[in-house]
Design a protein around this ligand. Sequence first.
Ligand code: SF4
Ligand code: FES
Length: 365
Amino acid sequence: MSEAPKLVSVVIDNITVQVPPGTSILQAARTIGGEVAPPAMCYYTKLKGSGGKCRTCLVEVSKGSNADPRPMPKLVASCRTNVMDGMEVKNITSARVTDARNGVVEFLLLNHPLDCPICDQAGECHLQDLSYEHGKEGTRYEFHRRTFDKHDLGPYIQLHMTRCILCYRCVFVADQITNKRVHGVLSRGDHSEIATYIEKSLDNDFIGNVIDVCPVGALTDRTFRFKNRVWFTKPVDAHRDCPKCSGKVTLWERGKEVLRVTARKDQWGEVEEWICNDCRFEKKHIDDWVIEGPTKINRHSVISQGHYVGVVKPKETFSAVHDGSKPKLLMNIHSVSEVNRPEIDLSAIPGPATSDVFNETPKKS
Ligand code: SF4
Ligand code: FES
């Protein structure tokens, strides 16, 4: 019987954790959770080769290891640096890290349009969250922002290249999850862009997952575009018997309408199981799905505003105390509150009510 690998000990923000050798600092920090886990805009656990692009996950290594305790001179990308036994890492406890992260966010926003009010990703955009935490009020950039020729990626996926932060996640998804990649990053440096080169539609099976992995609003669902703000919708977990994928999804409902279907995501915002295009784009009727219950949303997320998960609806207490009979009259609040006095005809008030208007309002006949 093979022995379990010996764990290594690492201290992150003064908290000690034991993890298997070969674990990245980011994953080790995620075992602690909360703010100790650095933000990650390009790393994605399920995508091989991801990480190392965005630099939002930079941390300070103040002690390399027990064997070589020298600190690392530069901040390191925690998603691409593995832990060593005895390593000491600073994330939120390092002023250097906070300063660097502020700078990274400023760079990410150099060319990014500030169009959150009309962007479909608003409310679930990692860059929006980061800019609240680390962004500046204004910009120091004096030049024109980058612009691109529009590329049509077909009926399902909308590309807004100006919002792209070149994290490469969508390229890895197309490479590793679908049967054929037809898009990639073209050109170099400031001219780099996501495109298909020869206008092609992204419509192979499972390509819809690029929408879920895109950390910003560069790739959005055309079947949901401008239909609703995400915080007005109600996310519920649902499943169906799908021959192509697990069929486990989150439905985003408004009333009885299914406005959007996405994969389910974990606490780090990463897809739990990839879903096929049929489930995502073609099954928009509530009867297509077996509803499991409300999706757990982080209570700090704007999406959870107005949703009350797990609330037990109170029973009808009045009929219970009235031996089953319904109350005819509960209380005449006019007599106690002086609000909406019954002798005033509210429908006769011409506009927004002020005390003057109210005083002159005709009495009910
Ligand atoms: S389109 Fe989105 S997922 Fe693709 S590289 Fe740009 S930001 Fe990343
Ligand atoms: S998440 Fe580590 S560099 Fe992007």
